[in-house]
Design a protein around this ligand. Sequence first.
Ligand SMILES: [Fe+2]
Ligand SMILES: [Fe+2]
Length: 281
Amino acid sequence: MIIAQISDLHARPHGRPAYGIVDTNAAITRAVDAVLALDPRPDCVLVTGDLSDCGLAEEYGIVRDELARLPMPVYVVPGNHDRRESFAAELRPRYGYLPKQGFLHYTVEDVPVRLIGLDTVIAGEDGGEICAAREAWLAERLAEGHGRPTIVFMHHPPFAVGVDGMDIMPCRVSPGFARLIASHPEIERVLCGHYHRPIQRRFAGTIGYVVPGTAHQVALDLRPGTENWFIMEPPSIAVHVWKPETGVVSHLQPIGDFGPRRPFVLDPAYPGKPQGAPAHA
Ligand SMILES: [Fe+2]
Ligand SMILES: [Fe+2]
């Protein structure tokens, strides 16, 4: 099973780039093109929040049209730049798995790796939350999985990443949340967005994974007390490949034109070349 992940699309009204300069809509087009260029094509695509920049119907229309170019199932969860009500109203006609009320949680069961989407949004706040009700819902769904391989995906990372500019807008969770995750070793990953950078850490016995955004990134800044600034480093998609013998292996695929693929042709003086070996390996 191949699962593509894109995040933080931040669609904007036509002609109004983000922060005055970032053409996020063109970036969405390139991200969808990058998914379509994968061979073999992924079985599904996860979109981990901030689909819109301001929660506007026009923005969701742009996202909906772009994601409609993907022939495989697409699973979306909201982020802090989304508005839960407009997100659901604009996207539910296409994505019927979105609940009609309450948090926008759901599971995807008819696939080799079970998918659990979580809604971490707190209306009007940059940070997110897994409150008691959401944690209880997750506990029930995990129990129903009976140990089948599982991916949990959500917008806000439910773990600190050691970067002050990011950790000031975290996903608040109870101590029980980490215990819940740790009690289900079938969870292959907790996939997130929000921080617009590639980040991984060990979390609750699994791997916490943050994918870059499809447009602007957050500049790496490990100095204490500094704020986030954005930078136009290359965007990426994640490609998570599950096989029974390996579990999930995660690849990061930059979005852009990096020229053609080229063969590894070894120099005749290459010291690692065995006697009589072909010229390339
Ligand atoms: Fe974002
Ligand atoms: Fe976010």
